[in-house]
Design a protein around this ligand. Structure first.
Ligand SMILES: Cc1cc2nc3c(=O)[nH]c(=O)nc-3n(C[C@H](O)[C@H](O)[C@H](O)COP(=O)(O)OP(=O)(O)OC[C@H]3O[C@@H](n4cnc5c(N)ncnc54)[C@H](O)[C@@H]3O)c2cc1C
Length: 368
């Protein structure tokens, strides 16, 4: 007799959406979160890319969590030339209060009947004859073993290196090992020329040598988050960038957010299933809130069927389903590191608005 039908590791958006979906299907679900506070520490600026799914998701959360709807885009070349500005084309979506968004999704899951434990880090998997029988968690009162029929790894980008993806052996099913890079965002107040609702993209490898661009998230008038590779990159940009150095002149840094992303930015794992373990969201190699939630939906439907059928092989359907679906999300369709600032500059200067559309298409395609 197991303690739960399903244990989910990680109460990010993916984990909470899966928990809610599974309890709605009548399953007995435990959601484990290593931190004391769901939503903290915050890694991301809370931009939810636009698509049909986003419109549905946004209706389910209190409206005060929506900071604003994205109205348009402004794009800058590496040399600081404003290439164009245009109305949103459906990909813009919304900015939300990310910390309380995560809490809200977890609350919704708990209200439906999911059991949530915070301060409960999954330290190990209980493996017997290739099947994961449960997990060992470290709690304030010591280690505890909990069992379940199915395990979901929703433990984020680190899953591949040390979490469920690694411990279950799914990570080693990749043909080539994945690389990871640090990323940071700085929140500035008193930054000039912010148009709330207009996302700005600054192309240029000086912002981030792996990413080749910076995303400016306009949160309020004169308040924005900007992504950099690291603090040194930020200092160089502040000193030398033809546009940003002026705009940051009177700005005050009020918050640093840090995290990690994979060099395959958003390209999901070849397989996200092994026996009775399923990965969703960043743990499955995706990047972004929307892919985390959508993969959670796909996984929970298939898990319910597998439990009813008492057949874990049925979980392989999750891999097939997610690979067939195409949605917009944050995925680089090309490795931008194959380009240089000079090539991007020429392309944007010569191609103008049309070239910008091509670049945006490249960053907005996601094959989930
Ligand atoms: C700098 C930066 C900015 C970003 N900005 C955006 C953005 O604006 N928009 C966007 O869509 N995406 C953004 N992202 C990506 C986004 O944060 C993720 O894609 C999204 O949070 C994935 O959701 P998830 O549920 O898969 O995982 P996560 O949100 O990472 O949640 C994983 C959870 O698992 C928990 N956990 C991990 N290990 C264990 C363990 N052993 N035991 C128990 N719990 C564990 C973690 O504490 C965490 O709560 C950004 C990422 C970075 C690094």
């Amino acid at each position: 007799m197991v303690d739960y039908d399903v244990i989910i590791v990680g109460a990010g958006p993916g984990g909470s959406i899966a928990a809610k979906g599974l309890v709605e299907e009548g399953l007995n679900v435990l959601l484990l979160e290593e931190h004391n506070n769901i939503g903290l520490p915050q890694h991301c600026s809370g931009w939810i890319s636009g698509c049909e799914y986003t419109e549905e998701l946004i209706k389910t959360i209190p409206q005060n969590l929506i900071i604003q709807k994205v109205k348009g885009w402004r794009v800058w070349s590496p040399k600081g030339k404003k290439i164009c500005e245009f109305e949103d084309f459906g990909f813009g979506g919304y900015f939300v209060d990310r910390v309380n968004f995560d809490r809200e999704l977890a609350k919704q899951a708990a209200k439906k009947g999911a059991k949530i434990k915070v301060s409960s880090k999954v330290a190990d998997l209980l493996i017997d004859h290739n099947l994961v029988k449960g997990v060992t968690i470290n709690t304030k009162s010591g280690p505890e073993n909990i069992t379940a029929d199915v395990l979901i790894g929703a433990d984020g980008v680190r899953s591949y290196l040390s979490g469920v993806a690694k411990k279950s052996g799914i990570a080693e099913l990749e043909r080539k090992p994945r690389e990871f890079f640090p990323a940071m965002q700085i929140e500035f107040v008193n930054i000039s020329d912010i148009d709330p609702g207009i996302i700005e993209i600054f192309f240029g490898f000086d912002f981030d040598k792996n990413f080749g661009m910076a995303f400016l998230s306009p949160l309020e008038e004169n308040l924005a988050l900007i992504g950099f590779g690291n603090y040194k990159d930020y200092l160089k940009i502040k000193e030398n960038h033809p546009v940003m150095s002026n705009r940051l002149k009177s700005a005050d840094e009020i918050r640093y957010l840090g995290g990690m992303y994979c060099s395959k930015f958003g390209e999901s794992l070849r397989t996200a299933v092994k026996n009775n373990v399923t990965l969703i969201g960043d743990a499955a190699g995706y990047h972004g809130i929307v892919p985390a939630c959508i993969s959670a939906h796909y996984a929970s439907g298939v898990i319910k069927e597998a439990i009813d059928l008492e057949d874990f092989q049925h979980l392989e359907l999750y891999d097939k389903t997610r690979k067939k679906s195409t949605i917009r999300g944050a995925r680089l369709a090309i490795d931008i590191r194959a380009l240089t600032d000079e090539k991007i500059e020429n392309f944007l200067q010569v191609g103008g608005k049309e070239a910008t559309y091509v670049m945006l298409e490249l960053i907005s395609k996601l094959k989930i």
